[in-house]
Design a protein around this ligand. Structure first.
Ligand code: CU
Length: 278
């Protein structure tokens, strides 16, 4: 009995300083993270499609939900670190709490499945809904390290491609078959020009490795894969010039694989087609 008491007295009571410091650091990290998002330090460029706005709303909703969970869980962690610090007490064994396990597992499932269901429209509109029949067709061909955009020209028909005739140095980067009259009026340009408020369907190709077509303002990003013709569509609602970038690390020149999207008025689009057809 006498010996036990002595041992208890000698046992370390622990220090409040270390857990207090860790709890404070976690709280500062939470405040700093919330500030970065709340102050909107790095705002995304304004979306120029209706689907882009839908995606932004979905993104905001996801950020709110995950933000609240992040704040509560991190502050809870800070509280637990300080509250249950070593005070020299005997450690208690616990097998956990099944009710709590069920509650937070179910809550996580409901949140993630719920967000997925809410976001399905924005996703499905570009991926599973085919383009309107009267959408403007543009073929996008990527290679190391450039984009080429092909319009069907006045006849409305894309000419045949003969891969043996691909020769960027002689002005035929896509390999338009010189024997196919439908290809004679095809327009091949390094930048994409589209009219405002008209649906545009792009069909993505790659001549070598996997590239990507990404325009931030369209909130549209799609890989171009060799051997595949991948359709995507969009309707830009704001005239302007936007950057097209490749977001796949496609080789040494990847960093300068970029082009431009010009969203123009109907008149300017007609003028562009006319000027390019010559
Ligand atoms: Cu690329």
């Amino acid at each position: 009995m006498h010996r036990d008491l002595r041992i208890r007295d000698l046992r370390s009571k622990g220090s409040a300083a270390t857990p207090a410091l860790l709890a404070l650091l976690i709280t500062i990290m939470v405040v700093a993270t919330v500030y970065v998002f709340a102050a909107n330090l790095y705002p995304a460029p304004t979306a120029i499609t209706a689907i882009g706005e839908m995606i932004d709303r979905q993104y905001d909703m996801t950020l709110w939900v995950t933000g609240i969970v992040f704040i509560l869980s991190q502050l809870g962690l800070a509280y637990a670190i300080f509250r249950f610090r070593d005070r020299g007490q005997k450690a208690a064994f616990t097998r956990g709490n099944n009710t709590l396990e069920v509650i937070w597992t179910s809550a996580t499932i409901i949140l993630f499945v719920g967000l997925g269901l809410l976001g399905r429209k924005a996703w499905g509109e570009t991926r599973f809904t085919p383009a309107e029949p009267n959408a403007i067709q543009v073929e996008v061909t990527t290679n190391q390290f450039a984009f080429n955009f092909r319009y069907a020209g006045p006849d409305g028909k894309f000419g045949r491609i003969d891969t043996k005739q691909i020769s960027a140095s002689s002005g035929n980067p896509l390999g338009l078959d010189s024997n196919d009259p439908a290809g004679k009026d095809d327009i091949v340009v390094p930048t994409l020009t589209v009219p405002v408020n008209r649906q545009v369907e792009l069909v993505l190709h790659s001549q070598d490795v996997i590239h990507n077509f990404y325009v931030r303002e369209l909130r549209l990003q799609q890989d171009a894969v060799p051997g595949l013709a991948i359709p995507i569509h969009f309707t830009a609602t704001k005239i302007g010039q936007y950057e097209v970038v490749c977001t796949q690390l496609c080789g040494l020149g990847h960093y300068h694989m970029r082009s431009l999207l010009n969203v123009v008025s109907d008149e300017d689009y007609a003028a562009f087609l006319k000027a390019s057809a010559q």
